[in-house]
Design a protein around this ligand. Sequence first.
Ligand code: ARG
Length: 600
Amino acid sequence: MEKFLDLISSEMKKAFEAAGYNPELGKVTFSNRPDLCEFQCNGAMAGAKQYHKAPIMVANEVAGKLENSTIFSEVTAVAPGFLNLKVTETFLKEYLQKMSDDDKFGLQMPESPKKIIVDYGGPNVAKPLHVGHLRPAIIGESIKRICRYAGHDVLGDIHLGDWGLQMGLIITEVKLREPDLVYFDESYQGEYPTEAPFTISELEEIYPTASAKSKEDADYKAQAMDATFKLQNGVRGYRALWKHILNVSVTDLKKNYDNLKVDFDLWKGESDVHDIIPAMVEDMKNGGYAYESDGAIVVDVKEETDTKEIPPCIILKSDGAALYNTTDLATIMDRMDKYAPDKMIYVTDKRQDLYFEQIFRCARKTGLVKPETELIHIGFGTMNGKDGKPFKTRDGGVMRLEMLLNDINEEMYRKIAENKTMNDKEAKETSEVVALSAVKYGDLSNQASKDYIFDVERFTSFEGDTGPYILYTIVRIKSILNKYSEQTNAQNITDGEIKSDAQKNVAIRDAVNESEKALMLEITKFNSVIEAAYEEVAPHRVCAYIYDLANAFNHFYHETKILSEQDETKKSGWIALLMLTRDILETCIDLLGFSAPERM
Ligand code: ARG
């Protein structure tokens, strides 16, 4: 469906043309003075210069051409030459009716959908998720959902850190503790056990222990490097043990991401590209891109227009080992080969801005991607505590994600349990749903690149620009709709059977008051907001929209006695409007990665 602003702009353009002016002057925008008008057009001001006339004259002539418009109910030329506009109730209603008939509320689908890979999450196996993993998960998930809703073919890839020294460290520590395990018997030829020799909690203790030891003990570190080398070169027992680390860890990661309503289509990791690295490096050398510098293999990526120093991209270290860069580049190559994406979006901390700039340049220069392949890095800011410093536990440690979520669930439960009509089980379940909205909305409502303060009190509040406020609004609408069904069904019952579904027989009607019209106008923005959120890769656009929409609804609700309205047609029109509002709000929160309870 054409966007509402485009539709009314084209009506305005026709009027400019009919009055003898350049139609391009007829661009209409939402009014920044909603007390005066709904929309405005400032084209007469620009036109006046072009045509050497007083702006008000141009405005008056254009207004004259719109006297019989079925789109504008009011076109007022005001000094010095603005056009203040209102749209007709009927035109607005028809637009909304078309929106409700469309399964994506009028969002235009792309002619040729793009293949998009969203690379987000990026946890390292064998390490518990901590608060630092919250933002990539939340933002990436929402970006994935927005791209998909916008009609594209999208894959989310977790890009696990599952290779390299951290694996060697774990293997070394396991070997030290249980040297007799079959994995370390190099002459062993049989099948390896299917059961892992450790649990997730043991693994989570093993890794930090090993990591700490390697920092103090050079010999231990050397053993870990040797284990890494053996693993990467395919020593059977090491590979088998590594598979166990991976499985145990991934099972736990899945559980944690599930709690966050975050899921991935691809559970690929750095290890998946190990085997294609040598060929990639060879190609880069043969192409004349990669060369030796101080023993390392590098690709220059600086450009003439750079205003800051962009260091070369290191492909292999001087000892021949692959690094973070190498696996990311090989992953790009692998993705192009397997999925041929048109676009890859990476969601990581913004401190990796320079890193991705290097990677993207290197990938382009060496021909890993096509010239038209879009490579986008969404670098997010830091999540801070109330003291303005990176979020920590009370004793200054790194907080586990589970702990953080437990805390906020509890806070939410405290608030929700005050509602005495719910039993404890429902209160618990509802708290979790609402708490997730608090965390996700609190994060996503900020522009991703900005730092923000994780403020449990503010985020869990039912008032203000928060997730719970949005959910509260949805629940309020649902409750009115349920009551309406009860009322109407009671009237409709014949022989104990409900004749028809009350909510199916309603249609949106012309707005009868200002708050209703304001709500309707807010609804029309849906397709342009989603389009912008997709194009700018910006979930905060969706948050800003639903906050305005929720406010517009609540204003209408306070001004209007919906259920006690005697005029049935009027009432059913409102019900249709409520249903559309609910559907749009629920669609939007789904794009943000959370959902609403039935009551709260
Ligand atoms: N595992 C990495 C880390 O812990 C993050 C991975 C981000 N994604 C990527 N494609 N580099 O820092």
